[in-house]
Write a protein that binds this ligand. Structure first.
Ligand code: FES
Ligand code: FES
Length: 157
């Protein structure tokens, strides 16, 4: 066990854990952040995605001792109770089915729009194609990302 400092969603935490523990387990079990989900546990599905250093990161395969930079989880997207435009677009487009993959969809989409605020549909498809959904919500995910991009650019939804 080791005491490790984590910065998550703008708050500092000290956890006492095995340094090899996957970051996902620490976020969910020690910090009570239930946004990131356990899907495959193998870095294959994207359900556990968080943002570290501006990159979509699969927290199920990242040892917590390697998570030294600021971490953003789904819980960190809303500001002062106001949903992020992606979250609002997800509601407006009624994206989720079972919902299990949707953390990964939204967090991956956030990184896409941070890097490319007005992606083409082909760029959206390309950016999202490793984030799996067994309910096949892909089309609504793509539509919601485009809606959020319009809103973030100051246009109508
Ligand atoms: S649970 Fe992490 S990629 Fe599937
Ligand atoms: S909404 Fe069910 S897995 Fe994507």
């Amino acid at each position: 066990m080791a005491k490790l400092d984590l910065k998550v969603n703008g708050r500092s935490h000290t956890v006492d854990v095995d340094p090899a523990t996957p970051l996902l387990y620490v976020l969910r079990n020690d910090l009570g952040l239930q946004g990131p989900r356990f899907g495959c546990g193998l870095g294959q599905c994207g359900a556990c995605t968080v943002i570290i250093n501006g990159n979509a990161t699969r927290s199920c395969i990242l040892p917590v001792s390697n998570a030294t930079a600021e971490i953003t989880t789904l819980e960190g997207l809303a500001v002062n109770g106001k949903l992020h435009p992606l979250q609002q677009a997800w509601l407006d487009e009624q994206v989720p089915q079972c919902g299990f993959c949707q953390n990964g969809q939204i967090m991956t989409a956030k990184v896409l729009l941070d890097k490319n605020p007005r992606p083409t549909r082909a760029q959206v498809v390309d950016a999202m194609n490793q984030t799996l959904c067994r309910c096949m919500t892909y089309y609504r995910v793509q539509t919601a990302i485009e809606r959020a991009a319009r809103v973030m650019a100051g246009g109508a939804a």
